[in-house]
Design a protein. Structure first.
Length: 94
């Protein structure tokens, strides 16, 4: 029996960044929490990530962060922290 592709595989960054601001803040927070779990308790297994793999997770986080205006950026996450997640999860400076 074949499994249908994950809905998250079909969602694009462009679709997500066009959602309302509250949704984007909540999703960005969720993605950050997933990264912390992945790095510390999740055995570095991509199944614990919302996006299903490390590269897409960082792409979604970057797109979401960039979707906020300068005065709307979350105080609890910086682009430097997202770059640090990328380095730790992907094994390279991204």
């Amino acid at each position: 029996m074949s499994r249908a592709p994950s809905l998250r595989r079909c969602i694009t960054v462009e679709e997500i960044v066009n959602r309302d601001k509250t949704f984007r803040y909540m999703l960005l927070s969720r993605l950050q929490s997933d990264c912390d779990y992945y790095l510390h308790y999740g055995g570095r297994h991509p199944k614990v990530l919302w996006a299903g793999d490390e590269t897409r997770q960082i792409e979604f986080m970057t797109g979401l962060y960039d979707s906020f205006g300068a005065d709307e950026k979350p105080e609890w996450l910086t682009m430097e922290q997202i770059r640090q997640y990328a380095a730790e999860m992907l094994g390279a400076d991204s």
